[in-house]
Design a protein around this ligand. Structure first.
Ligand SMILES: C[S@@+](CC[C@H](N)C(=O)[O-])C[C@H]1O[C@@H](n2cnc3c(N)ncnc32)[C@H](O)[C@@H]1O
Length: 263
């Protein structure tokens, strides 16, 4: 039996890649970009996809004519993203960096953080720091889109162990609540032929109210929260996303940047 590490571990993302980044997800990302009012950006916008993974969003964004940079810690995920980008004949800049320390002051019109790529750090201060990084990467008038499964959604989804099959592979996922709903733990067992791989993930989960406060503390002035990629209100949260949007009063310029936060 193999045991992989958590969010910061190349082996984890590689081993569970097929379950997390199916072809269906790539197709859904294209559809979302085409239909979601939260993901509609001006032509040629400079977009940073922070924690971009294997390019689920970077590739279709580039194909839509945006100037895209993908940042991720995992060399393995970036290699996949580069390959997919080349196969699509698209142009994306990829950077291997930690989301806590990436620096590109004012360089982007849009920052994206998709598919619950937030709350990964054991020290809550590090999660707050990632929001500040996103804030500082935005030019005045820029937009942040943060897409993550909010606490309200998760409260309905933490169920007994579930089994997912993909081809011949089986994955058993068992979720449990930790620290009075501060964090969630997810234990995964992947059975691939004779081989069994286990992984345990623990991350901070946030309600709309908590995330709004964090965004404001990071410098974002106005926060709007939605219950889905269609920008539905949280009171009508669909099975998939919770979304939020916020705007910040900018450094001295008095401009407002719109920050959209599907989570
Ligand atoms: C759930 S995946 C999401 C990938 C992509 N956003 C998507 O929508 O498919 C999270 C990604 O975060 C990356 N990641 C984890 N810790 C990171 C860190 N400290 N800095 C940058 N990226 C990180 C992982 O390598 C992984 O590719």
């Amino acid at each position: 039996m193999t045991r992989t590490g958590g969010f910061q571990d190349d082996d984890f993302w590689t081993e569970f890649h097929d379950f997390l980044f199916s072809e269906q997800r790539h197709t859904q990302a294209e559809e979302l970009l085409a239909t979601s009012p939260l993901l509609s950006f001006p032509a040629g916008a400079r977009v940073l996809d922070l924690c971009c993974g294997p390019g689920v969003f970077t590739v279709p964004l580039a194909r839509r004519g945006h100037d895209v940079t993908g940042v991720d810690l995992s060399a393995a995920m970036l290699e996949r993203a580069r390959k997919r980008t080349a196969e699509a004949g698209a142009q994306v800049t990829y950077v291997q960096a930690d989301a806590r320390t990436y620096e590109a002051p004012g360089a982007f019109d849009v920052v994206l953080n998709m598919f619950t790529s937030f709350g990964y750090f054991e020290d809550p201060a590090d999660n707050a720091r990632v929001l500040r990084v996103m804030h500082d990467c935005l030019a005045p008038g820029g937009t942040l889109v943060l897409d993550l499964a909010g606490k309200e959604l998760l409260a309905r989804k933490v169920t007994p162990p579930k089994v997912v099959q993909r081809g011949e592979d089986l994955m058993v996922q068992t979720d449990s609540v930790q620290d009075d709903w501060a964090r969630l733990r997810s234990d995964w067992v992947l059975v691939r032929g004779e081989r069994v791989t286990r992984a345990s993930l623990v991350w901070f989960v946030y309600s709309a109210v908590e995330l709004r406060r964090m965004a404001q503390e990071a410098g974002f002035g106005r926060v709007e929260v939605f219950g889905g990629s269609t920008a539905a209100p949280t009171t009508r949260t669909p099975s998939g996303w919770c979304c939020g949007r916020s705007a910040r009063a900018d450094r001295g310029a008095g401009a407002c940047a719109e920050v959209r936060t599907p989570f």
